[in-house]
Design a protein around this ligand. Structure first.
Ligand code: ADP
Ligand code: MG
Length: 244
């Protein structure tokens, strides 16, 4: 399979503080790549660079044959090609679940209402929330809201999905229901980049694991290799702080 995403020599600084230094990574169509690393090592910044939300100082990000360049307003098409789900779901409080799911497809993609609603219902059903279509976000639990946020991202038909610690703000009993939705997407061979601190989940879902530390890719390995016999002392130390 060909590479869908390629990151070449990416360097990202905030003023004179370099967060990401010469990052190289490629993701194939259908791959689930998990990114782990200590807090503050630049995982969120990395996803934001991929999504074109941050200017970068050096290097290139390619999505197929499109260069993602946040300063070039002419090539904003990538925004539709990349879906992102964050820790905070940011649903519109005064819109129903169905409206939240269909808003962007109707406005941005100019889809027909009946068609968008039918698709949203199908996706909501898949995450167990079809019966909540007329509810408002405040009536849902955190885990339910996060599942709606995933549906909302899927409604844009992204070619790649970025997940940034989507369960980190959830109560423990709601983590599983959200991770199961992401596991289901992996079964459907969606291309995904997943930042998570849930190591058992990471091990189960990853085709590959990227360990970021000190602004660099320290390991890029298969899940068995990474979790059972990491090559570097830094990864061993990082993993020893988790139970999985
Ligand atoms: P992670 O997601 O791995 O916890 P982040 O990508 O959020 O790490 O942050 C990486 C580093 O970059 C941190 O030191 C953080 O303080 C810094 N940083 C992130 N965003 C900004 C910003 N907008 N301005 C300045 N520094 C930032
Ligand atoms: Mg982060």
């Amino acid at each position: 399979m060909s590479d869908l995403l390629r990151v070449e020599h990416l360097k990202k600084s905030f003023d004179d503080f370099t967060v990401l230094d010469d990052i190289n990574l490629s993701v194939k169509q259908g791959e689930a790549v998990v990114i782990v690393g200590p807090s503050g090592c630049g995982k969120s910044t990395f996803l934001r660079c991929i999504n074109g939300l941050e200017e970068i100082q050096e290097g290139r990000v390619w999505l197929d044959d499109e260069v993602i360049n946040p300063t070039d307003r002419g090539t904003m098409k990538h925004r539709e090609r990349i879906g992102m789900v964050f820790q905070s779901y940011d649903l519109f409080p005064h819109k129903t679940i169905l409206e939240n799911a269909t808003l962007a497809p109707l406005k941005v993609l100019k889809r027909k209402k009946a068609e968008a609603e039918a698709e949203a219902l199908e996706l909501l059903d898949r995450v167990g929330l079809a019966s909540r279509k007329d509810s408002y976000p405040r009536m849902l639990s955190g885990g339910q809201k996060q599942r709606v946020a995933i549906v909302r991202a899927l409604m844009m038909h992204p070619e790649i999905l970025l997940f940034d610690e989507v369960t980190a703000a959830l109560d423990p009993e709601m983590v599983r229901e959200v991770l199961d939705v992401i596991l289901d997407l992996a079964k459907q061979k969606r291309t995904m980049l997943i930042v998570t601190h849930e190591m058992a989940f990471a091990k189960a879902i990853a085709d590959r694991v990227i360990f970021l530390d000190g602004g660099q890719v320290i390991e890029d390995a298969g899940p068995k290799q990474f979790f059972e016999s990491p090559r570097t002392e830094r990864a061993r130390k990082f993993l020893s702080t988790f139970e999985y």
